[in-house]
Design a protein around this ligand. Structure first.
Ligand code: BEZ
Length: 258
């Protein structure tokens, strides 16, 4: 889901047309959340509210936050309580029974600030349930972009907006903030795209080429697509992206000194 890294560059209608599968693949982590009637739940990185709506349908009272105003407007059009707020700056204090997040936290490079805000937002003993890109996520795309950028003298890691931690690394961050980690697991989930990989790159990787001229941008993305054919394009003409999901479920401390 859109969060805030490239808040200005998200294209809500392109996302709605070409990335609907992001929310459609959220069922596993919704099961982990198991929202209950009457609970108050924060959906962190709610995007256009597709999963926020499902949480509401379960009978919970849900607040969605996202860094992108267009996405928040789309969520509000569903009649949801959605607000423009970035993950590193959550303004809530002991308000929620659960904080939920799907496909957003891989955009949050300042992961510690986000975990601090989640901890603050939760009632003592509240749960944090999240899924996002983990170690090894979209590795073919990372390799192709690295090669294309290196040919232009740019170091991928220096410009990447993506954070794909291992289960151990993220669990340690949660423990450092007083959480009890019930589960932290990596799950490979190769995903067939509904269209061409160029749409994926336009949706999710525009920042890598945002400083380029129009022509240089087109060339760099076309080169990336060419490189990806070998690993992501099937004989049937389908594009498969090598997603690896990191799923976590953790419980906030009962007692807090602040
Ligand atoms: C993901 O959902 O894993 C993802 C989406 C966009 C960019 C990078 C990763």
């Amino acid at each position: 889901m859109p969060q805030q890294r490239q808040a200005d560059t998200w294209n809500a209608s392109l996302y709605a047309e070409t990335a609907r599968y992001v929310a459609e693949n959220g069922d596993v982590i919704l099961d982990w959340l198991a929202p209950q009637p009457g609970e108050r739940i924060l959906d962190l990185g709610c995007g256009d509210g597709a999963l926020t709506e499902k949480i509401r349908q379960a009978g919970a009272s849900v607040v969605g936050v996202d860094g992108n105003a267009d996405m928040v407007a789309a969520a509000c059009e569903r009649g949801l309580d959605a607000r423009v707020t970035v993950a590193e700056d959550l303004p809530f204090d002991r308000e929620f029974d659960a904080v939920f997040s799907n496909a957003a936290l891989h955009w949050v490079l300042r992961a510690e600030a986000a975990v601090e805000g989640v901890q603050r937002a939760l009632k003592p003993g509240g749960r944090f349930v999240a899924e996002f890109g983990g170690q090894g996520n979209v590795s073919a795309i990372v390799a192709a972009l690295s090669e294309v950028l290196a040919a232009r003298g740019i170091d991928f890691t220096a410009v990447s907006p993506w954070y794909f931690p291992s289960a151990e690394e993220y669990a340690a961050l949660l423990v450092d903030h007083g959480f009890h980690v019930e589960r932290a697991e990596l799950a490979p989930r190769p995903t067939k795209l509904p269209g061409d990989i160029s749409e994926w790159l336009a949706n999710f990787a525009p920042s890598f080429v945002s400083g380029f001229s129009e022509q240089a941008r087109i060339m760099a993305l076309e080169e990336t697509r060419e490189l990806l054919k070998a690993s992501c394009l099937t004989a049937q003409g389908d594009w498969i992206v090598d997603y690896v999901r990191l799923r976590v479920k953790a419980v906030a401390p009962i007692a807090r000194c602040r």
